[in-house]
Design a protein. Structure first.
Length: 324
């Protein structure tokens, strides 16, 4: 355990540069006193680590020192080949770099780990896009990614849902996220951090000035928070429905995840025929109409009455067609 921690400490200093004892302790989840002992042990082993005192001080390695020791465990080596994403990497223009990196990694691994990596590639494959949908064509993805990497401000023409639909924005590009095959661009615009669909970017112009990233900005944390609010904002209405046993089961396959989850979570006790009543969020009457029609006669809308009548009218129209 201690040997693994010493290696982790060494690699942290190698990849991040100067770090304080408290920062190292937080990363490795140990006490500051333990960090002091570990740094002393590294020094005794010949690792050129030294300390700078003062408010801006910390531990760092002698300039130019790099260890060739990776210390990869079997599980860690396996995980590297399970995280390969050839599709997104190619979309970012990094397909060749990814292949070259994997070759170098394979060459550096000991024979037993190399053979395991080959078996993983033979047995596991990641296909990120959702079913029944062609991968998005995102012609400006590479340009946006380059701006993200180089912290370079960009000017974009963007197609949005609301009026006016085509707008021009000056953006500070902070990051890219791929979700279910869709690329999203996280950027700062007029001091507000917003999310943009990359596929809706019509033009990109790289500007000469760079920008400073917001202090403490965490892309993963921002995305998690934004996605939660996005889902909550989508479902602004709700419907009370009755579901047959088959209808409740089919919600998992025919309704969006948030609606299916609510159907199970709010389902009351079954009546003598096995039907249950549940409260399900909907985006709107129009969206609810389309969603609940998928369940056919295995759902009854109790309220709102507007939705109930819309379903009833569709049933009457279908009867006219098929009874004839």
């Amino acid at each position: 355990m201690r040997a693994s921690r010493l290696l982790s400490l060494l690699l942290l200093l190698q990849t991040r540069g100067r770090m304080t004892a408290q920062q190292l302790a937080n990363e490795l989840e140990v006490s500051v006193r333990t960090i002091y002992r570990d740094v002393e042990s590294l020094g005794s082993a010949g690792v050129p680590v030294y300390a700078d005192r003062g408010p801006d001080g910390g531990y760092q390695l002698l300039d130019g020192y790099r260890t060739r020791l990776t210390g990869l465990t079997t599980d860690e080596a396996d995980s590297l080949f399970l995280t390969g994403m050839p599709g997104p990497a190619a979309a970012l223009g990094l397909g060749a770099e990814l292949a070259a990196t994997e070759l170098k990694l394979l060459a550096a691994l000991p024979p037993e780990l190399r053979s395991r990596a080959g078996r993983i590639r033979e047995r596991f494959h990641l296909d990120a896009p959702t079913w029944f949908r062609e991968p998005e064509q995102v012609p400006h993805l590479t340009a946006v990614a380059d701006a993200v990497w180089n912290q370079r401000r960009i000017e974009v023409r963007y197609h949005r849902w609301s009026q006016p639909q085509r707008v021009t924005r000056i953006l500070d590009p902070l990051g890219l996220v791929i979700k279910a095959g869709h690329w999203y661009h996280i950027a700062r615009s007029q001091e507000a951090i917003r999310t943009y669909r990359v596929v809706r970017i019509l033009e990109v112009k790289s500007l000469t000035d760079q920008f400073v990233r917001p202090a403490g900005f965490d892309l993963a944390a921002f995305w998690t928070d934004w996605a939660e609010h996005f889902e909550a904002d989508m479902y602004r209405d709700e419907a009370v429905v009755r579901l047959s046993p088959e209808g409740l089961r089919r919600t998992d396959y025919l309704l969006p995840v948030a609606m299916a989850r609510a159907a199970h979570d709010t389902a009351g006790p079954a009546d003598e025929d096995g039907w249950v009543q549940a409260t399900i969020p909907i985006e709107s009457i129009r969206h609810g109409h389309g969603d609940f029609l998928k369940l056919g006669a295995d759902v009854e809308i109790v309220k709102p009455l507007e939705l109930r009548e819309a379903i009833a009218q569709t049933a009457r129209d279908l009867t006219k067609i098929y009874d004839g």
